[in-house]
Design a binder for this molecule. Structure first.
Ligand SMILES: Cc1ncc(COP(=O)(O)O)c(C=O)c1O
Ligand SMILES: N[C@@H](CCCC[NH3+])C(=O)O
Length: 382
């Protein structure tokens, strides 16, 4: 794995994303190993990181792609993902995006409402095409994660409510240009215990048994993504708990009823291979505290400002932990929420030091903006 020492870092203007390709490849190899013995297919969730160099590596490793917009489908096709291995979710697919997805020949639309199903039928009929769809079910399961990234509760906008599912299945099976291939679920992100996934498996088993008893043979399920990572200990735990995760589905899904299980992993694939590298502009004395003001801001990495997320922060210019101090680590953006950490214990830090913000490979670069007329964050892959 790449070591973050100052003299080995690329000579690149800060701030920038640094991606470790060897860690990414080792992660992909683990996932491939743990899924090889079962009818499991993993689609990488492009929203986590759509960097072309990263997509290239993931496509070459034989993964499918999970997309949520026409732009993501375009990026996936360009990166070499097989269109038949592309799945497409999202509550607000536009007519143009549906037409584009059909023209690419994507593998499956994960349909989030009956209203959307009707539009896909209409467009597919006009284009004389068959759209393969899975119905996204809202299973009303609490993923016990940040409320902004919980997606499987009945008050969330995602998926079809359980009470409306029978109607949606009946409609889908009767539409001339729709081929119903399965059910789709995604209960949330950064899920760190297996319990919500066990509940999900139980719900899936119940639903498939019910439909099969009614003569509706649904044999494929997509269980979404959501596997969490260790933000506090990226060196001790560079890999997400893939083995218990895949074992949970192997042990709890009713294999007699299911021919293929699709996964849509994002964060757990790419988070640990990315680091945001930044430089200290000022160490500012406040009334009761010191601020380390760095040249990266919430426009480069939004997660701390949006979710109060904490990423591990390291001073890679001074690693001497025998003399430490507490600092608020903040960016230059004109917002009080532009804070990466409060009371962070760091070695004595000074202007010019390089700061690494770890575990930033997922939902980092993809959520960056040009707010305050800043340039989009560049990247280096090593
Ligand atoms: C439908 C869908 N699939 C997959 C993912 C990827 O989730 P994660 O990055 O938590 O694995 C998301 C994001 O939460 C999603 O909305
Ligand atoms: N963007 C979120 C995850 C949302 C996943 C998309 N449904 C994060 O950074 O944690």
């Amino acid at each position: 794995m790449y070591s973050l020492s100052e003299n080995k870092l690329p000579k690149q203007q800060t701030p920038y994303y640094l991606y470790d390709s060897s860690l990414l490849k080792a992660t992909l190899a683990q996932i491939t190993d743990y899924t090889a013995t079962s009818p499991f297919k993993v689609h990488y969730a492009i929203k986590a990181c759509a960097n072309p160099a990263i997509l290239d590596i993931i496509a070459k490793a034989g993964f499918g792609a999970d997309c949520v917009s026409g732009g993501e489908i375009k990026a996936a096709v360009k990166a070499g993902f097989n269109p038949e291995s592309i799945v497409y979710a999202g509550v607000g697919k536009s007519d143009e995006e549906i037409r584009y997805a059909l023209s690419c020949g994507i593998g499956c639309f994960n349909v989030e409402s009956v209203e959307e199903l009707e539009i896909i039928q209409e467009i597919a009929a006009a284009e004389s095409k068959i759209a393969t769809v899975a119905l996204r079910v809202n299973p009303d399961i609490d993923a016990h994660t940040h409320h902004y990234i919980t997606t499987g509760l009945k008050e969330n906008k995602f998926g079809i409510d359980l009470r409306m599912l029978d109607n949606a299945v009946a409609k889908a099976t009767n539409m001339a240009n729709i081929k119903l291939c399965g059910l789709h679920f995604h209960i949330g992100s950064q899920i760190t215990t297996m319990e919500p996934f066990v509940l999900l498996c139980k719900k899936i088993n119940q639903l498939l048994a019910k439909f099969q008893s009614e003569g509706i043979n649904i044999t494929q399920v997509n269980v979404g993504g959501g596997l969490g990572i260790d933000y506090e200990h990226p060196d001790e735990n560079p890999f997400a708990p893939f083995k218990p995760y895949f074992d949970t589905f192997r042990q709890n899904l009713d294999s007699g009823k299911i021919s293929l299980v699709h996964f849509e992993l994002g964060r757990s694939v790419v988070a640990q291979c990315g680091t945001l590298i930044s430089r200290v502009l000022y160490v500012k004395q406040g009334v009761n505290k010191k601020f380390v003001i760095i040249d990266a801001g919430m426009n480069d990495l939004l997660r701390p400002a949006l979710y109060g997320a904490h990423h591990n922060i390291e001073n890679i210019s001074n690693t001497d932990s025998t003399a430490v101090e507490r600092y608020d680590v903040v960016g230059p953006i004109c917002e009080s929420s532009d804070i990466f950490a409060t009371d962070e214990l760091l070695p004595i830090t000074q202007r010019g030091d390089l700061i690494a913000i770890r575990s930033a490979g997922a939902y980092g670069e993809t959520m960056a903006s040009t707010y305050n007329m800043r340039t989009l964050t560049p990247y280096v892959i090593v």
